[in-house]
Design a protein around this ligand. Sequence first.
Ligand code: ARG
Length: 498
Amino acid sequence: MAQLWKGRFKKELAKETNDFNSSISFDSRMFEEDIKGSIAHATMLGATGIIEKSEADKITAELSDILDDIKSGELKINMGCEDIHTFIEGELTARLGQTGKRLHTARSRNDQVALDIRMTLKKEADSLIEKVKGLINVLCDKAEEHKETIMPGYTHMQRAQPITFGHHLMAYASMLLRDIERLTDAYNRMNILPLGSGALAGTTYPLDRQMVADLLGFDGVSQNSLDGVSDRDFCVELASALSLIMVHLSRFSEEIILWCSWEFKFVELDDAFSTGSSIMPQKKNPDIAELVRGKSGRVFGDLTTLLTVMKGIPLAYNKDMQEDKEAIFDAIDTVKMCLTAFTPMIETMTVLKDNMRTAAAKGFINATDCADYLVGKGLPFRDAYKATGELVALCIDKGVTLETLELDEYKNVCSIFDEGVYEAIKLENCVFNRKVEGGPSPESVEKQIKLARATVDSLPTPNENDKAEKYNLSEEEIKAISHIFAVPLFHSSFTQNH
Ligand code: ARG
């Protein structure tokens, strides 16, 4: 298909060059944002008298039809075009003739693509937040169920102190809540309208940029045209937030994989979320968790791609920046896919409480509590620590546990021991007395769940904007641009109140 910029050129673009230059195979997914952006731009061109109002009306109505036709499948996107912007504008002109050619007044593809990618990433950030919320809700439900399920907590992969499974799960909920904050933060910074920056140096037309920002649900307009077209910080920020989500999912996956092994057997995955071996009939493999762990590499790679693409390019727009899309889209799609598979896997897994309790009974994970008991009786902690260490060594020699060691043996090591030690080292007491804020006791876990649920519930859900009124748009005009109002929004007040 012919290029938009052909006036200066005497020859057609070589096929190889066209294939190399073209971005439509990956930017066509922004068709809706491109059309909505164009509708808002044309509405503003008409409202400000930059083009005839009647022509603007025709353009917005036709763009709406094009959007409907693409969505219904009636209009196929021509993959021979240079990019989605070229395709939509070409289609509009094919349908409207001369009038269609007025759409690109006071606009460049440089600010157009900067707009489209921001709109697309805003929508994606919203849907990512919804998916992360879904996982947090599942974790809260499971944690509620297991707020009294005792398991060993680990450091250095060695049994360390007793905790509850609910507490362990809520650690991941805490990470994911931070992930939502990071996504929201990235969202807020991408929520600035770049349109009006032109190719790089703004425009001489009297644009009403605020009107376009309001119509599209942006919080404000960019303040420097060079930065407006060449800023991709928000892609990097989103990729960085996504990378951290993958770090969290990958750590969680690693634990799931360990917990599924015969060595641990703390959980069993539902058949619907595990796979078998083609040769070993006994196998039940945690492939989903392994794939999530493996796919984290892709997302980190995408972040590195974006940083590397951006680091050496002079101002303003350079074609290198077309490379932003595949990287950020891949990161988004990968994280969404991972969350979609991971969340129901966690929801349906069976927790083998008894195995957790048995593991907790071994490994002297109540040794700190034994030392704390002595501290309660007046011994300095270092002395208590030493005496307990000797007791542990004695138990290992004798093949017994602190629970089954005779009181005489305790007294031989330190005379202030009495019967009370057995209560103090009971795992249930060790865990349930850790009531400190953020601790593993059932009350504390209950509070963590309550706060996590409240945070998730208080996050604003995408809603519509009401800027049509402000601009006194007629019913017909509202209809023509009605698609715009379905753009999901966050109120900027969220971050202020949060
Ligand atoms: N496909 C291009 C991109 O994604 C659109 C912008 C083209 N601008 C230009 N000056 N060639 O970056």
